[in-house]
Design a binder for this molecule. Sequence first.
Ligand code: PLP
Length: 380
Amino acid sequence: MPSSRLERVEESATIKIANAANKLKSEGIDIISFSLGEPDFDTPGHICKAAADAMYRGETHYAPSDGIPELREAIANKLVNENKLDFTPNDVLVTPGAKQAIFEIIMSVLDDNDEAILPDPSWVSYSPCIKFAGANPVWAPTDPDNGFMPYGIEELVTDKTKLIIVNSPCNPTGGVYDKEMLKTVADLAIDHDLLVISDEIYEKIIYDKKHISMGSLDGMHDRTITVNGFSKAYAMTGWRLGYVAAIPELMSGFKKIHSHSVSSATTFAQFGGVAALEGPQEPVNNMITEFKARRDILIDGLNKIGFKCKRPDGAFYAFADVSEFGNGDEVADKLLQEAHVAVTPGSGFGASSKDFIRISYATSQERIREALQRIEETLL
Ligand code: PLP
């Protein structure tokens, strides 16, 4: 008998589509995958070398639960210098991926029947984490014509609201919050004494805009829980390495859950993390240049076919309105079965996104061009 906690939570839409695509692949069909949330690049060599050296040096034992001191220091320096966030190494907890950080935060701050506001659409795991904690997700509408920015949040605040989730650049929309948008959320959080999770995992994958950290805004340092990680910026998804930074009063709760669940992130992977932050950043810049070129090919092609999709400012996703051809579930199914192109239906990211599909452009320009041709041949 599954627990009632488990029954509150549905299966991840991204995993469902990946399974269907894998089944076709196993039958020998050439599937172009636009469904994955991970860069197709390999981890830069100097990062791999740092982790391998650490392993051969004997760094194969348990790490301190909150992370090795070298990495916590490198992260704190990065947060001070790049993000204008005044944190020390003691304010940093290293986790096996940003996902684990988010789980620990939500389980620490939400009680039964609390409410957490999140944009519709949002990354697939926020809402299940909120439900696991016994709390309720409250979805804020977003405007596709305005970079999918949320609006009307104030009307959603009740005496049960405890948390707002901000994810900029955003998965699945690629939307980036500017200073004014961040300030709108910040003012609300201050007026109603709310916490904010600022998930900044796509911070480096941003094109013509500048990333601003929520916690750097006036009055937000103490009430913002900043999450980040190595998966996207450094192509380190399989390393499972992320972190959270927050004031000690909040951090003690995260550490408690952390020490009783995962103990620590993998020891030698953390030495790779130090090399990522302190080593050359050219590989990151090269990846961003390539992502930008792919974005432009994809968005131009999608609009030519008849999908509606503005040029996103960040991350590596296009969130396209496909209502011209059916709803998102129907179009995703048709594209997988007939064009052999795997995309994720928007319904997995929020109730108001039924007419959308998410397309991850973490695949080569050549494959993007081929996929666009297949989509055109299937739908037109
Ligand atoms: N947050 C967002 C918005 C994401 O898209 C992802 C991964 O897809 C994560 C967090 C988790 O990243 P990881 O656990 O690999 O660090």
